[in-house]
Design a protein around this ligand. Structure first.
Ligand code: FMN
Length: 396
């Protein structure tokens, strides 16, 4: 039997994964990106598109908004849901719900979130440091996914892990955590080549990805590389330099959903669609806003679209009043009015628009519970912190 991580990658047709991004990778964005990959490959390849992170406790409590966030399109395959959790039992309950109700084909576990309100309680990227807890979460998720699928006579639902290099340079966790994930049955391990203390600053260290590839080779578990893929050329370079089985692309696709078309073409040896001029970009913006209205409604849809505008227009000459108007537009009609006023005959601006977008915060000391780093095996004093780590969380 093929290793489940490779099998999952094969379902996407190309080893390209849309990184889970809170506030971004909702059903509308995933559809937009998927359409680009399909169009560029004549329907031959799509890739894998992961939901925003879903808090396992909110899912278990059947929070309305959370149930909406795990909805997928009928043609979305595989259906990939990312869970965030700190307690093995709650994560298991969330996995059970997803598999029992046939709501996912792939479950990714988030151990990379560097947001202070999460790490301060020992969650997200602080968690792998407590190696027993990390292992227990992966084990409970994998076992529950297997058992629940088997009870229904369905195909196994692979569980994957996404993590960072460590807490900071003095507290590196990725090799030990990677081995633990492989031993507990994770189908792949995706590594963002930064520590939590680096947040989104500097550049991702791809040598850590190469090192993890080597470390997990004996287990046959694929490693996916993540961090600073801004163009299809970066993706190919990452695979060549690290030996990663695939790439996970986050900020590079903000305001650039066609990157998935270029990636799918590149990984299947097809002609790479050229970067679009402003006329094509405006058409994509309209379509994105339209999809957001379908998914979130006519009030929330246009508001949600606002955060994407500067990313789409980066590098193009656009009058300030039009940028501002778009950023305040309340309806699809209003968005279309402004788009029609752009000077549409502008070619792609080139490298100026290819650099970092989205989160770019430089590093800082990681907020952690007092004494968290003293002993990787001591959990006793931290149980209250950990159980609070799941409340009101979003983002990675
Ligand atoms: C706006 C935003 C939201 C994010 N939300 C999540 C999340 O929900 N889950 C997660 O695992 N990572 C999250 N991340 C991290 C990304 O998945 C990715 O690991 C990181 O951005 C590095 O990859 P990149 O350089 O390709 O952007 C988020 C990143 C950004 C910019």
């Amino acid at each position: 039997m093929t290793q489940p991580g490779y099998e999952l990658l094969a379902r996407g047709g190309v080893p390209v994964v849309l990184a889970p991004m809170a506030g971004i990778t909702n059903r509308a964005f995933r559809r937009l990106a998927r359409e680009q990959a399909r169009a560029a490959t004549g329907g031959a390849a799509t890739g894998i598109y992961v939901t925003e992170m879903i808090t396992s406790r909110a899912l278990v409590e059947r929070n309305d908004e959370t149930l909406r966030m795990i909805q997928t399109d009928p043609d979305e395959s595989p259906r990939s849901v990312q869970l965030y959790g700190v307690d093995p039992a709650t994560v298991a309950a969330a996995v059970h719900l997803l598999v029992d109700e046939d709501r996912a084909d792939h479950i990714d576990l988030n151990f990379g979130c560097p947001v202070p309100k999460v790490t301060r309680k020992g969650g997200g990227s602080a968690l792998p440091w407590k190696r027993g807890l990390f292992r227990a979460i992966v084990r409970s998720a994998v076992t529950t996914a297997d058992e629940t699928a088997r009870a229904h006579g369905r195909e196994p639902v692979p569980v994957t892990v996404k993590m960072r290099v460590g807490v900071d340079d003095e507290h590196i966790t990725y090799l030990e955590a990677g081995r633990a994930a492989a031993e507990e049955g994770a189908a792949w391990v995706a590594l963002h080549g930064r520590t939590a203390s680096q947040l989104y600053g500097g550049t991702a260290d791809w040598t850590t990805i190469a090192r993890l590839v080597e470390e997990l080779e004996p287990y046959g578990v694929p490693v996916l590389g993540n961090g600073d893929i801004w163009t299809h050329r970066h993706a190919r370079r990452m695979v060549e330099q690290t030996g990663a089985a695939g790439v996970v692309v986050g900020r590079g696709c903000l305001g650039r959903p066609w990157l998935f078309g270029q990636l799918a073409a590149s990984f299947t040896g097809r002609d790479i669609p050229p970067d679009p001029g402003l006329r094509e970009v405006a058409a994509v913006m309209h379509h994105h806003a339209e999809l957001l209205c379908d998914v979130l409604g006519d009030v929330k849809g246009p508001r949600d679209f606002r955060k994407h505008i500067a990313w789409y227009l980066k590098g193009f000459a656009v009058r300030r009043d039009l940028r501002q108007g778009l950023a305040l537009a309340d309806s699809l009609d209003e968005i279309d009015d402004y788009l029609a006023q752009l000077e549409l005959d502008q070619p792609w601006p080139g490298e100026v628009s290819e650099g970092p977008r989205g989160r770019t915060q430089p590093g800082r000391r990681v907020a952690l519970p007092d004494g968290w780093l003293d002993d990787p095996d001591d959990l006793e004093g931290f149980l209250d912190d950990i159980s609070a780590a799941e409340l009101s969380v979003s983002g990675g």
